[in-house]
Design a protein around this ligand. Structure first.
Ligand SMILES: [Zn+2]
Length: 468
């Protein structure tokens, strides 16, 4: 599936319909929402979400699938504070315990485990964030939640055996410490990252965008952790999001049946687009209810049929998510993976799960990197179904000088990459985007991440001043 840079062949129809950079002043919110629908597309966002979206100049809010607050009940166990609904609270998820500090032992690994705090600090210093009150605080994913993807045997080992924690973190000295201490200082923070990713995916569906200032542990799969990744937060988050949407849309469909929303649907002028969507939601909700929390419904997809595109641009192949896609038989998860083929994990078996594969050579610089990314995104719009959600695994280990990624992209190249993916998601896929930070081990990783996030906030006006 590899392909060279270049435009799609002439005459080949583009599968996604591109939208103008900003909605034209003459288009109503309802028109903007219906324009995103193609025959294969999911039901348009309910009128409430579309109306809320019209207020955002950045253009992401109109991509929201559900109205703000619609998923609050579904995620109550993972949200430590108030569910963010107002514009002053941003869909940016962070917890101080993301930063693993282990009396200096963590410094044996070429991993800046304090980078998450540095990113948030820089964003506040630059005025990109107006304070901690704008952030969403996650809770740890419990072992019960992790069991939605991970095997009982693996969960037992990671929670009780030091050897398994050592395998995942590659920090041999940890083996000598009491397991209770390891759980507290290493495994629990990792579970917090999982909780954060789960929340971010849900928030993206309500707000059109979200960022987990952490997460992206793409090497972990059902029965195995590796490469500093104990849990497959991406697959866990996707499955949770599908169930949450099925439950919320099921509840919405019931209300519509009772007549409460009937007038609104009619007013939106949906010529049949709303009705099939509502039916599908009822079916999905019924299937989810029948399977119970944590159960599967149909093809291992797990409640609902949300189509998710994972764009994995970490320098390493995302083999954990890929193995889980194969194991679970997930036919609604699509993967675009662009990575250095010459470094860890070189997992040929997992490559079968990649829909669009771009393999890079060590030392790849900005021009080639960005051209191949553009071509891969163009290809995605041609050959993959239109996604309902984009999960963007934005590893910064592509930076020149990163000891593990071994690519040679400049800080400016990373900023351009992130903006490219966000713009593609908004204008071409017209899908909400949830960004995860994933790997990034160079000393300047945190600075580059905060520069790039600041650029996204600026370009897409993600945090408009009150009253603006
Ligand atoms: Zn990586």
């Amino acid at each position: 599936m590899e392909h060279d840079a270049g435009s799609p062949a002439a005459g080949e129809p583009a599968r996604y319909v591109a939208a103008p950079d900003a909605p034209s002043s003459s288009s109503t919110p309802a028109a903007a929402a219906s324009a995103t629908a193609t025959p294969a597309a999911p039901p348009a966002a309910p009128p409430a979400a579309a109306a809320a979206g019209s207020a955002s100049p950045g253009g992401f809010a109109r991509l929201a699938r559900l109205a703000p607050g619609a998923l609050a009940a579904s995620y109550a166990d993972l949200c430590a504070g108030a569910w963010p609904v107002g514009p002053e609270q941003l869909p940016v998820v962070y917890h101080p315990s993301y930063n693993i500090s282990f009396f200096g032992i963590e410094k044996l690994h070429p991993f800046d485990s304090g980078k998450f705090a540095k990113v948030v600090k820089a964003l506040k210093r630059e005025g990109v964030l107006r304070g901690d009150g704008q952030l969403v605080t996650p809770r740890e994913a419990t072992p019960e939640l992790l069991a939605d993807v991970h095997t009982e045997d693996y969960l037992h080992r990671i929670h009780n055996h030091n050897f398994t924690v050592v395998q995942v973190t590659e920090l041999a000295p940890l083996a000598m410490l009491p397991n209770r201490l390891l759980q507290w200082r290493v495994v629990a923070p990792m579970r917090m990252h999982v909780g954060g990713t789960m929340l971010a995916l849900g928030l993206a569906l309500e707000r059109g965008w979200a960022v987990n200032v952490g997460g992206g542990m793409h090497h972990a799969s059902a029965g195995r952790g590796m490469g500093w990744c104990p849990f497959d937060d991406i697959m866990l988050g996707v499955r949770r999001a599908r169930r949450a949407v099925a439950a919320a849309e099921g509840a919405g469909a019931e209300a519509a049946a009772a007549g409460a929303a009937g007038a609104a649907v009619a007013a939106a002028g949906g010529s049949g687009t709303a009705a099939p969507g509502a039916d599908a939601a009822v079916d999905a909700a019924a299937a989810g209810a029948a399977a119970g929390n944590g159960g599967d419904s149909g093809g291992g997809v797990g409640g609902g049929s949300l189509k998710v595109l994972v764009i994995d641009l970490d320098a390493h192949q995302g083999n954990g998510v890929e193995h889980d896609k194969l194991t679970l038989g997930d036919t609604q998860l699509f993967i675009l993976d662009m990575y250095n083929a010459g470094v860890f994990p070189r997992d040929d078996e997992a490559k079968a799960a990649i829909d669009i594969k771009v393999e890079l050579k060590s030392g790849t610089e900005d021009d080639i990197y960005l051209n191949r990314l553009r071509a891969a995104l163009e290809r995605a719009a041609l050959v993959l179904p239109k996604p309902d959600l984009v999960v963007y695994n934005a590893g910064t280990d592509i930076l020149a000088g990163d000891p593990l990624g071994r690519l040679a992209v400049s800080p400016a190249g990373v900023v351009e990459r992130d903006e490219l993916v966000w713009r593609w998601s908004r204008d071409v896929a017209q899908a909400p985007i949830a960004m995860l930070l994933s790997g990034g081990y160079a000393k300047d990783s945190a600075a580059v991440i905060s520069t790039s996030l600041a650029n996204l906030f600026n370009k897409f006006d993600l945090n408009p001043a009150p009253g603006a």
